[in-house]
Design a protein. Sequence first.
Length: 259
Amino acid sequence: MKTILFVNEKGGVGKTLTSSNVAAWLALNGARVVLFDADGQANATTGLGIPEYPGVVNILLRDVPWEDELRRVRPEVVSRKSFSGELWVLPSNVESRDLGARLPEHEIVLNRLQELSAWADYVIIDTAPSAGLFHIALMLASDAVVFPTICDGDSIIGVRKAFSRLKSSTVLRAALAVPFPPIIAKAIIPTRYEGNTGLHAGQLEALQTEFGGKVHIATPLDKRITWSEAKQESLSLFAYAPRSEAATQLSKVAEYVAG
Ligand SMILES: Nc1ncnc2c1ncn2[C@@H]1O[C@H](COP(=O)(O)OP(=O)(O)OP(=O)(O)O)[C@@H](O)[C@H]1O
Ligand SMILES: [Mg+2]
């Protein structure tokens, strides 16, 4: 099982849409995937047609079994074609908002996810922009971290903050009693990209200068209305517009992130 965290401490940069569509792509390609909605806004949950529900809180604070909390995404939400994988959501609701302060220990996410390790192939975690102890607990439980970002100054500051939090989490993970491999900073994913603007092209260069030696900078996901349309219909890109440029670009990014 591989756990991949999508994080940026700036809001509205595409964390939910990239993480849920990567999760859909993995299921479409045969994997059993859990999309862990760690954001009280519950956008990943409702975006795939699942009602809001305190699944995350029940798992982390109430020691409820996973089988009571996971919700299976209907296959037609993932793809119009038949496929052998499965997509499950650990739903959230507003109760997840202040979870950081209520966690019994920062290893709780890691410990609970271990229960899925023989069953799930991937856990994809969507996070809230507001950081805190919950982010540390999520990073501690992650094998890889991905940073979606718009190519503008504020969003890149959000990447920088998340990146330094990753460094602290790496130190904590190295100190665990049971050894786990180091957390990999897997990719920065430029989103909503408009390459014909000086701002985006310039900020992409700035990203490469600052982070290029530390983390892979993925080919940008262009700004396309398809993303918002699919979200509006509560469908993955592959169910809504499988032949679209948006779906093609996301597939390439998903393949890299999954590897
Ligand atoms: N490649 C894209 N092209 C066009 N619009 C996009 C693209 N990616 C995301 N969006 C739009 O950007 C908005 C924010 O996306 P999303 O909800 O995934 O961001 P987020 O980082 O999860 O936000 P939050 O921090 O509030 O959780 C949405 O309205 C979405 O439709
Ligand atoms: Mg979101």
